[in-house]
Design a protein around this ligand. Structure first.
Ligand code: ATP
Length: 292
């Protein structure tokens, strides 16, 4: 019986994961590097998350023996924008992975609207968060369907508003078939910047209270960069948002900037406060401005 139970149990798991993943492509791809697997507690709750307030309290995390995050503490109040900057490998994406609960913390807790994320269902957690990932996956379908999938129940007006806000309209007007143009492997190839704007439209349409923007590391042409910057500003306006930034010009308006170095927050403050401190942020800022 046990011999039968294990494979059946595993198949059941795979089925549940695939079904869930189809509803959320970001989740499907994140599953690929999701180890160990996290299961909902039998007592997991589905609290109503409306503000997206976020709190990391003493969060430490290791991949195996290697400690990546050390005693991370920060708070993101409703409507605020918090940015995380730091060298490559500092642990920025790991913070987002813990927030999505691809891994559990080793120490400390993460709260959304005051609810410990380890005590809620993963579905409840993930519907509370919309992410614009670094690399956006597009289906072999029309541009419109690629955006609408984020919220199949959205009205045409809502889809159009998201498209406008993501600054995609001008780009689409140049296409012969407009919104019905097929994209993906066998269709139109979008640039990195255009893809990221599709992801912005999806995130807006998903309508989650907490927005995560993971800025692409790859360089964009200046037109794409400007369009993304404007779209990002509009998207985060009045929304609770966490931005992982590589270009500091993206986050000068953030309510709080956290500077991460080797897994610890070494500086925090607004852009102006951090420039005055003349620490790591000021150095990063100077280097980026010499390059541009
Ligand atoms: P970047 O700016 O280059 O995206 P980051 O600050 O986001 O970097 P993370 O991706 O959080 O950095 O990685 C932090 C460290 O953890 C890196 O040294 C990385 O090699 C390591 N790391 C990331 N994912 C894993 C994993 N699945 N297993 C083991 N180590 C990992």
């Amino acid at each position: 019986m046990m011999q039968l139970f294990m494979p059946l149990n595993f198949l059941g798991f795979v089925y549940r994961e695939i079904r869930g993943a189809l509803a959320n492509i970001e989740r499907m791809f994140s599953l690929l590097d999701r180890q160990p697997l996290i299961n909902d507690l039998p007592t997991a709750t589905t609290p109503s998350i409306t503000k997206g307030a976020l709190k990391f309290e003493g969060v430490s995390f290791s991949y195996g023996e290697r400690q990546i995050l050390k005693a991370i503490d920060f708070e993101l109040k409703p409507g605020q924008k918090v940015a995380i900057v730091g060298d490559s490998g500092a642990g920025k994406s790991t913070i987002v992975k813990l927030l999505f609960r691809f891994y559990d913390t080793n120490q400390g807790s993460i709260f959304i609207d005051g609810h410990d994320i380890s005590a809620m269902t993963q579905d409840a957690l993930r519907s509370a968060i919309a992410i614009v990932p670094q690399d956006t996956v597009l289906f072999n379908d029309s541009l419109l369907e690629n955006i609408r999938y984020a919220n199949p129940n959205a009205s045409d007006e809502e889809v159009n508003a998201a498209i406008e806000m993501a600054h995609l309209s001008a780009f689409v007007k140049q296409l012969e078939l407009g919104w019905h143009t097929k994209v993906g492997e066998r269709g139109l190839k979008l640039s990195g910047g255009e893809k990221q704007r599709v992801a912005i439209a999806r995130a807006i349409l998903k309508g989650s209270p907490l927005l995560i923007f993971d800025e692409a590391t790859s360089s964009l042409d200046s037109h794409s960069e400007k369009a993304i910057l404007t779209a990002l500003k509009e998207m985060t306006q009045g929304h609770t948002s966490l931005v992982i930034a590589h270009r500091l010009s993206t986050i000068v308006d953030a309510d709080q900037i956290l500077v991460l170095s080797k897994g610890s927050i070494v500086e925090r403050g607004t852009h102006d406060e951090l420039i005055i401190q003349q620490g790591l942020y000021q150095k990063l800022w100077t280097v980026q401005h010499q390059q541009s």
